[in-house]
Write a protein that binds this ligand. Structure first.
Ligand SMILES: C[S@@+](CC[C@H](N)C(=O)[O-])C[C@H]1O[C@@H](n2cnc3c(N)ncnc32)[C@H](O)[C@@H]1O
Length: 187
């Protein structure tokens, strides 16, 4: 099923996590015994289904109507494990549980806002994973203004993570640049 979704995403130019990124998620889930995941950015449900197949319970946000329709079809048989919230994550005012892992994979310009809004929903030993922090290794002098602005936003977000007093972040070159952020244990 995941292969079919990957082909579909390719055919319709839908951005989904790359194989390397999936492996990174798999290893993290296994190593830290992750059970409850909050995902920002469902698209067609590819990464959510992958995490459900690893045994996780996934709450996932999607705001784009076309994506929502596709995701609903795809996650049908994972009804007990995947909860799709069809709303802009930043406008959501409903309740949430606490999660072992928060996976941020939505609008790149909003990463800081996602982090600030959802980090309070992290379990004590939980972690926040972000994707696309290398932004395809593009050269900022060879891209258009919009892309350059986006790259700048990602750079600012990385600096925000590095300088955050309450969280510590490790950056990885896996996939398109991933990070793991954990709460600083205060002594
Ligand atoms: C990179 S795709 C997600 C890919 C998915 N995680 C995967 O790997 O299969 C990003 C998705 O986030 C959604 N998105 C962007 N900003 C959002 C927001 N504020 N709230 C909810 N969804 C958002 C977009 O519509 C898009 O479908």
């Amino acid at each position: 099923m995941l292969d079919e979704l990957k082909q579909y995403a390719k055919a319709y130019s839908i951005p989904i996590i790359c194989d390397d990124g999936l492996l990174f998620l798999k290893n993290t889930i296994e190593k830290h015994h992750i059970k409850d995941v909050l995902e920002i950015g469902t698209a067609i449900g590819y990464s959510a289904i992958f995490m459900a197949k690893q045994g996780c319970f996934v709450t996932t946000f999607e705001r784009n109507e076309k994506m929502i329709q596709e995701a609903k079809k795809n996650i049908k048989s994972f009804g007990n494990q995947i909860e799709l919230i069809c709303e802009d994550a930043l406008l959501y005012e409903g309740s949430l549980r606490k999660y072992d892992m928060i996976f941020i994979d939505a609008a790149k310009a909003q990463y800081k806002k996602f982090f600030e809004k959802f980090s309070p929903y992290l379990n004590e030993n939980g972690m926040i994973i972000c994707d696309n922090l290398n932004f395809h290794h593009l050269d900022s002098t060879k891209v258009n203004r919009n892309t350059r602005q986006l790259m700048n936003k990602i750079k600012q977000f990385k600096e925000f993570l590095i300088n955050h007093q309450d969280y510590e972040t490790t950056f990885y070159d896996d996939g398109d640049g991933m990070s793991i952020t954990k709460k600083v244990v205060k002594k």
